[in-house]
Design a protein around this ligand. Structure first.
Ligand SMILES: Nc1nc2c(ncn2[C@@H]2O[C@H](COP(=O)(O)OP(=O)(O)OP(=O)(O)O)[C@@H](O)[C@H]2O)c(=O)[nH]1
Length: 202
């Protein structure tokens, strides 16, 4: 069984919870409690491999850029912005910069982390403030994958995006297992120290 830890980060109201809940439950609920951070957990099978997935969904992310805990915890990141909100794009840019910075900091785990930039709320394209090409360029500049989608309307695209992220993370983890056979216990300890958060099973 592989353990995969994924952090969904982005500006306030960009649709972090909507994306995570859509992927995990197929449902788009509309309103989500934003005053509590949580970790959703789910078991499933990907390419014949059993996965224990944890998705970290912070409460309102706006203004928080330190990311120290998240960078130590996560195997991968989904950075979300709202295509109808330029401020959320600027925040996503700052988050990507922070992640890049930690890569340069020569921490091996960070070099291997998967990052996916998502422009959410594509159904609101009549209110668009951020062009598709701007998202694509930001992703290219940060060597991460990119897509635009709508958590509200594009269930298949949401699943495809999460599946790409999880495939990339599991192949990174496989490569890491080959190089370093032990150490997961101390990491688990660190995670428990860092995240004393509510856990939700869905
Ligand atoms: N039109 C539209 N609305 C969306 C979409 N995704 C999320 N929303 C709405 O955007 C609002 C914020 O969504 P959340 O999922 O709570 O966003 P969040 O990033 O988790 O918000 P915070 O936890 O407050 O930072 C809610 O009213 C959602 O219904 C989408 O794809 N299209």
């Amino acid at each position: 069984m592989s353990e995969v830890k994924l952090a969904v980060l982005g500006g306030s109201g960009s649709g972090k919870s909507a994306l995570a809940v859509r992927f995990l439950t197929r449902r788009f609920i509309g309103e989500y409690a934003s005053n509590a951070e949580c970790i959703y957990t789910k078991h499933f099978c990907l390419d014949g491999r059993q996965i224990h997935l944890e998705i970290y969904d912070p409460c309102s992310q706006q203004g928080k850029l330190s990311l120290t805990d998240e960078l130590h915890w996560a195997d991968g990141f989904i950075i979300v912005y709202d295509i109808s909100d330029r401020a959320s794009f600027a925040f996503a840019k700052a988050l990507l910069y922070r992640i890049q910075e930690s890569h340069i900091g020569a921490c091996k785990k960070m070099v291997e982390s998967t990052v996916f930039l998502v422009g959410n709320k594509q159904d609101l394209c009549h209110m668009r403030e951020v062009g598709w090409d701007e998202g694509q360029k930001l992703a290219m500049d940060n060597k991460c994958q990119f897509c635009e989608l709508s958590a509200a309307e594009h269930y298949q695209e949401v699943v495809a995006m999460f599946t790409k992220v999880l495939r990339s993370i599991t192949s990174n983890l496989k490569a890491k297992e080959k190089r370093r056979p032990s150490g997961s216990k101390s990491m688990a300890k660190l995670i428990n120290n860092v995240f004393g958060k509510r856990r939700k099973s869905v």
